[in-house]
Write a protein that binds this ligand. Structure first.
Ligand code: FMN
Length: 169
């Protein structure tokens, strides 16, 4: 699909319609490797990941999160969790970097993905923690829904020169 790695960045779009064929374990493993290749403050790597393929659990996730209806179709979800005890200040940034790496890896592997927000909204985090037995002291930063895409979206950069300042604001 793309020769230049930058093209994967521009090709990554939020995909919310999926075919029913499952994502291969090899691809899931590559996405997790990409996640854990992300930078983290002092290389503390505060992340944990829950891989969910069970249809009933995916459906339940679609019910408990108000903007996760695509999970009725998604064949894979990766819940990105954090242990704040490992990185008290920077775990949201660390786990966001890991989340973006999952999205980009998925795109490069021919998958569709979408980032579903959880932290810092307790009403989004709590039901997800309950559903997947996440320990109280952990956080849910994000949820990635994924699968083989049943919709196409154009690559784009959204570059806005008005948001760029040279030397000073
Ligand atoms: C922190 C965060 C939370 C998001 N939460 C949701 C969500 O709950 N449901 C959803 O469908 N998309 C969610 N998105 C995806 C955005 O809607 C999407 O990235 C944005 O509209 C830009 O579209 P693109 O991803 O195709 O570039 C979220 C994205 C981020 C970064």
């Amino acid at each position: 699909m793309a020769d230049n790695p930058l093209d994967w960045i521009f090709a990554r779009r939020s995909i919310r319609k999926f075919h029913s064929n499952p994502v291969e374990d090899e691809k899931i493993n590559l996405m997790l490797q990409a996640a854990m290749a992300a930078p983290s403050a002092s290389n503390t790597k505060p992340w944990h990941f829950i891989v969910v393929k069970d249809r009933q659990a995916l459906n339940r996730l679609a019910e408990v999160h108000p903007y996760a209806k695509m999970c009725y179709e998604a064949t894979l979800v990766i819940v990105v969790c954090a242990d704040p005890a490992i990185s008290e200040h920077y775990w949201p940034q660390d786990c966001s970097a890991a989340t973006e790496n999952i999205l980009l890896a998925g795109t490069s592997l021919g998958l569709g993905t979408v980032w579903l927000g959880a932290h810092p909204r307790a009403e989004r985090e709590e039901p997800v923690k309950q559903l997947f037995n996440v320990p109280d002291e952990m956080e849910v930063l994000s949820i990635v829904a994924a699968g083989y895409p049943a919709e196409k979206k154009a690559s784009r950069t959204q570059f806005d020169a008005g948001r760029v300042h040279y030397e000073v604001w």
